[in-house]
Design a protein around this ligand. Sequence first.
Ligand code: BES
Ligand code: MN
Ligand code: ZN
Length: 494
Amino acid sequence: MGPTIMDFKTLAIGPTGLAAQAVDALLLVVTGTALPDGLETPIAVALRDAVDAGDLSLKAGQCLYLHRVPGVKARRVCVAVAADASAKAFGKAVGTGLGTLKAGGTRSLLVAVLGQGGVGGVDAAAAEALVLAVDEAVYVYRHTKPSAAPAPKLASVALACSKAQAPDVQRGLVQGRGIASGVALAREWANRPGNHCTPSHLASEARRMGREHGLKVEVLDRKDVEKLGMGAFIAVAQGSEQPLKFIVARYQGGPKSAAPIVLVGKGITFDTGGISIKPAAEMDEMKFDMGGAASVLGTLRALAELKPRINVVGLIPACENMPDGRSVKPGDVVTSLSGQTIEILNTDAEGRLILCDALTYAERFKPAAVVDIATLTGACVIALGHHRSGLFCADDALAADLLAAGERSVDPAWRMPLDEEYDEALKSSFADMGNVGPRAGGAITAAMFLRRYTKAYPWAHLDIAGTAWRSGSAKGATGRPVRLLTHFVLARAA
Ligand code: BES
Ligand code: MN
Ligand code: ZN
């Protein structure tokens, strides 16, 4: 998987000048419910005509393609209507517009906002949203499908803005590129099937990233984690032929002594459920069960490019969850790295078992904050659907930072409760805790389980079971929540 090679730039432009630009395509994003005044004649005439003919209605989500508009140099003009002037709506409209442009011969694209102030009216956030929308639209998975449609020819994208806006917009484009590279990496690895994305594959990708981008990467093997005493992680991994890996990847952008942020990603490269085996339908989607791990690698990739002055450690416990003669069995009791014992009542609740040992391991970094990211529960999908990730965090300041980062980056989360009452569900007669509670409130009891391992530092948990991938005909990883995590880290560094 290569990074998207594309040139993003600003084009300082006055209220006129769009029609004369020598580009393959113009993408005009209308942000109001009326066409702005003062548009240059060829564009004004074409848009007015389309509206009057009923071919373009100025409602969010609408999009119209026009070919060879008289007086416009670009052969292709696409008009997309945004819900409002926000970066979020702009990014959405760009995505819609690209749907009609990317399949064709467009190599160079000029994007302009037509708002109430006329042409322009863009800021750093809009620029970032543009890069992410373009990158999302041109991504093609081909690792195990080299015959996939060729990647769009798009090679250069310019965003029209005023001279005064240009420096700000340029900063947004650069930040967008950094984040997009992380999103693409997370998407690509989450998309790879279980036999092409084993714990060993993830570990070598982390090592490769380390060499290429100057991250310190260390990989612990079974012997190492046995010696440490990660009994919960080992219990999950022991049913698989694929050796487990515990990946430690460090981005060092701040002084050595500065307390790092630790990101812990669930790296189940395939989740069959183990002895508590899952039904066959849609089990293929459990290749995405390393989406948390992918988002940690993606975030580190973005940080390596954006170079904020902060330290970040990524921890990834990676293994398969398989049924086998050596598999852990329901009722087995294991001792976690923390010393607490766990009765494994359901081997399909494996994510929390590998995470709890990683969360205990995180203590050695004396972290400023720890965030774990996991496709942890089907219950979270029931609670929040596919739009917002579940955020569990007892620390109000940390929760507020993460929620704000989600809103800013258009990768939103929603806070869920962590009341002590939910902890009751984890009681066991044979160990310090069981690994499951009842079905009701399943996302919360999973978080309560993790909470028992996170008393040494401010901690948050993101359940991304509903947001890490899409099912159905457009099945594929989303790269979430790389945007949220990167914004969170950047804000902490500022
Ligand atoms: N990886 C799954 C969670 C999951 C399921 C994510 C479906 C997205 C879609 C996790 O390991 C799991 O199996 N969780 C169980 C927990 C239960 C046994 C308490 C679940 O959610 O059913
Ligand atoms: Mn499971
Ligand atoms: Zn799982």
